[in-house]
Design a protein around this ligand. Sequence first.
Ligand SMILES: Nc1ncnc2c1ncn2[C@@H]1O[C@H](COP(=O)(O)OP(=O)(O)OP(=O)(O)O)[C@@H](O)[C@H]1O
Ligand SMILES: [Mg+2]
Length: 282
Amino acid sequence: MARPVAAMSDSASSKLAEPDTPRPAAGVPVEISGVAHVFRRAGMETRALERIDLSVRAGEFVAVVGPSGCGKSTLLKIIAGLLAPAAGQVEIAGRCVAGPHTDLGIVFQSPVLLDWRTILDNVLVQIDLRGGRPAAYRDRARALLAKVGLGEFENRMPRELSGGMRQRTAIVRALIHDPPLLMMDEPFGALDALTREQMRIDLEKLWRERGQTTFFITHGISEAVALADRVIVMTPRPGRIERIIEIDLPRPRHKEVVTSRRFAEYCDEITECFMRHGVIQY
Ligand SMILES: Nc1ncnc2c1ncn2[C@@H]1O[C@H](COP(=O)(O)OP(=O)(O)OP(=O)(O)O)[C@@H](O)[C@H]1O
Ligand SMILES: [Mg+2]
């Protein structure tokens, strides 16, 4: 059964710490045990997920790749507590998720900005929704916007920005309250290849600074290898975990790393998984 989704998808919490309150740098562990899901509608059943078991370490960057319709978004919604699984459970920081989990940030494929608010105010909406004082977060919002190349655009309106700039705003909005868990569902899917590459580099930088546990869904095999500590390869629907590939490449993942032979071998390994299932056919 779907749970109500609060505005911006990561719902309000009244206990928001001010930005100068020290927080531990590391993220939270996420434990997914026996998660399965079936959608039932008008007598039709869709088996979306089957027996997902995964332990994500605190601060780990996990990328999930899988064919369209294999249940990736469903899994993300279950982890975030936006959807109750048909079976199994999710624990975040040792606590069972039993409803919308608030101590996280979510980024979707499309940035969903408020047209009538400036870029800075769009970021600060997150604080408003959580019952915090936006004024206390202005400096942090500005610093984060500058870090992703939007320093000069904080007073612009969303319509004045490119797709990539809007998506950067959405990423800053998801990070402004310094969540220990960041969930991203194909966040760069609508972007051109060059912007996508730059966003990938920026995201790795942001993640290295804070070490929030990150769950990143993508269709891009090389993007997954470039970003992740581990890549979770899923089967076609009903989605199961086909392989978990530890990416033993140095960070930051500079040009020398992403053009290395080892990098190409990881990409090949994932491509071959998909070829075995007929997801990719040459
Ligand atoms: N609310 C829903 N009601 C009924 N079926 C649904 C619902 N949401 C998803 N499904 C079905 O569940 C399956 C998994 O969907 P999901 O959106 O999780 O896939 P995905 O892996 O995220 O795909 P994509 O890569 O295209 O985004 C699909 O067959 C989809 O049609
Ligand atoms: Mg999806």
